[in-house]
Design a protein around this ligand. Structure first.
Ligand SMILES: NC(=O)c1ccc[n+]([C@@H]2O[C@H](COP(=O)([O-])OP(=O)(O)OC[C@H]3O[C@@H](n4cnc5c(N)ncnc54)[C@H](OP(=O)(O)O)[C@@H]3O)[C@@H](O)[C@H]2O)c1
Length: 316
């Protein structure tokens, strides 16, 4: 009897091991195919030639890059931002490189207002355009420890990272469902959401919301709308003080990966190194908590906060 139980346990252990091995090989193969073999779809054909892409946070690193790459593919652009001068500068630059490009500028600060009136007003400004891609990209981090952060900062962060994307999507969803071509919604989340980040709690939490929101959209509208949950780790932009390291990628790389996967993959991690880091942190946090805290939390996270404090000090 004992021998039988022992043998069953042994068999189960082998099966679990085999499953884990096959699963890891499949993940690796998928990652390699996605990063090195996959060809992007013809997005203009899929979403409608001459249709419009709305990009929030268009004046920053990843947002500006979306504008550049989508204009090249023949999309017209609605440039959302909170700074009119920056928007006009971007507009002029894009038009210089793409003589046929049409644009519309929308000045909106998502931190300032989260009322229904505010979003209705934004919607009315562009409702007549044939919008085929919505990119919820604007995002902000609170450069303060959660327990010390000002209430206004916490509310702003929630407004920019959660209310803005959810409300913009709500304003446009019915128009998207009526289109004859497919439509796309890209939500720019973050890989930091996969692990607890004790010092910068609010940002990962808001990104986790955005990912769950993407899952909801995918489940309910995936048959008509291509949803993408984009999860970068470090991208060298203003958000992280233009941090450069072995794990960082450029906004060009990040956006090219996102557009390559659009319509083909729901959850996109834009680089192999980012997939690896995400997996490593996830496993470390689950099985080696002290090591996770000693390395990621106490070094990496503090480094991020440190660069924010520095940036803040420099601004004063
Ligand atoms: N960089 C990374 O390592 C990284 C990693 C994972 C995810 N992400 C996500 O990627 C997205 C883009 O960030 P980024 O890296 O390109 O940083 P960025 O260069 O700082 O761009 C952020 C954009 O959001 C806009 N924005 C900030 N606050 C706003 C507000 N209150 N109302 C309207 N727009 C506002 C900024 O406008 P201004 O130009 O006026 O400041 C800027 O256009 C964010 O959602 C971020 O969370 C970034």
């Amino acid at each position: 009897m004992f021998e039988l139980i022992w043998n069953i346990n042994l068999l189960l252990a082998w099966l679990v091991g085999l499953y884990t091995f096959v699963h890891s090989v499949c993940m690796l193969a998928k990652c390699l195919i996605r990063n090195y073999l996959r060809q992007p779809l013809d997005l203009a054909k899929r979403y409608g030639k001459g249709s419009w892409a709305v990009v929030t946070g268009s004046t920053g690193g990843i947002g500006a890059e979306y504008c550049k790459q989508l204009a090249k593919q023949g999309f017209n652009l609605v440039l959302f931002g909170r700074n009119k001068d920056k928007l006009e500068e971007l507009d002029a630059k894009l038009k210089k490189d793409n003589s046929l490009l049409q644009t519309q500028i929308v000045v909106a600060d998502f931190a300032e207002d989260n009322s229904a009136k505010f979003y209705e007003h934004l919607y009315r400004k562009i409702q007549k355009l044939d919008i085929s891609i919505l990119i919820n990209n604007a995002g902000a981090v609170i450069p303060e420890f959660f327990e010390n952060c000002k209430l206004e900062s916490a509310i702003s962060c929630s407004n920019i990272n959660m209310t803005g994307p959810a409300m913009l999507t709500r304003m446009f969803i019915n128009d998207f469902l009526k289109r004859t071509s497919r439509t796309a919604i890209i939500n720019v989340s973050s890989l930091i959401r996969v692990v607890p980040s004790p010092y910068i709690k609010e940002y990962p939490s808001t990104k986790q919301f955005l990912t769950l929101f993407s899952y909801y959209l995918q489940d309910n509208y995936g048959d008509k709308i291509d949803i993408q949950d984009l999860n970068p780790a470090v991208v060298t932009t203003n958000l992280n003080n233009h941090q450069i390291g072995p794990d960082s990628i450029t906004p060009e790389h990040c956006v090219a990966s996102s557009l390559r996967d659009l319509g083909q993959e729901f959850c996109t991690v834009p680089a192999m190194i980012h997939s690896f880091i995400g997996q490593m942190l996830f496993v470390m946090n689950k099985f080696m908590k002290p090591l996770y805290r000693a390395t990621f939390v106490n070094n990496y996270e503090m480094e991020i906060l440190g660069s924010f404090y520095e940036k803040h000090r420099n601004k004063k």
